[in-house]
Design a protein around this ligand. Sequence first.
Ligand code: SF4
Ligand code: SF4
Ligand code: SF4
Length: 300
Amino acid sequence: MTGAIFDIQRFSIHDGPGIRTTVFFKGCPLNCIWCHNPEGISRAPLLSFRPALCIGCGFCFRTCPAGCHRMEGGKHLFDRERCEACGRCAAECYPGALELVGREESAAEIMREVLRDKAFYDNSGGGLTLSGGEPLMQPDFAFELLCAARDAGLHCCVETCGFAARAALDLVRPKTDLFLFDIKETDRARHAELTGKPNDRILANLRHLHGTGADIILRLPIIPGVNDRPEHFKGIAALARDLPGLKGVEIMPYHQLGENKVGRFGLDQSRRAKASAPEPGVVEGWTGELRRRGVNVLTA
Ligand code: SF4
Ligand code: SF4
Ligand code: SF4
């Protein structure tokens, strides 16, 4: 079996305990207006085009079978509508202006890469993290990868948006040491507005998972002007009170990395949140507010 992934990031230190390798799965059922990995939302590969890196060599013009690239008035124009993401032009693009993002790999291939850093995991209490996109969109592949990692003695984390089939969650649960469970907005209608889906299924899955005794950290992406509302913090506190087995919550302050990617991948800008990264003092304010409400915040 193979799975669709778009990145393997070594030496991650923010995706669970210790030093880890994070595998980013392609495909996500949500479409958050602040998404930091928008190239992970579609299951299919996407061509990234960064005109600033183009040296005008013309190789892509000759290579593309669909005629997507042309030069007009000294400007490299790319017709994304016709692109079939075959990757031929990217293979010819020496300076890396074109890059095909998304590939199929087997669990064995991924594990070969992951196990290169086994000594670091052993020394730091780290391991493997599945992220994305949404890893539970490919449950059988996620399960295969987790089984292989467990067999190799690795600590395994799954980062999920929680919008998944219950069967997928139950499948990976016994092979997962820690779930990093995203809660993006506690108000149902606002959740739908911000992510494209209401939060009922997510909250039901969270309660179910908690009921199984799984280790869970809630991850809270907080976007200034979008969900940094007192009502949301109050909602988080109520949720945490209801789930006493939680390991705690982590605040994930907004950063603007996703913004540049929107242009690179030709994605829809119109829905995107107009936000800036918060100042450190602002993040401390959020942390303080949650702590005052009794929430165990693990990061400042
Ligand atoms: S759940 Fe994550 S990957 Fe999916 S759209 Fe939201 S931020 Fe992006
Ligand atoms: S192959 Fe790359 S560098 Fe050459 S014209 Fe195409 S985009 Fe530009
Ligand atoms: S990925 Fe394939 S179809 Fe798309 S522009 Fe490149 S060569 Fe053409």
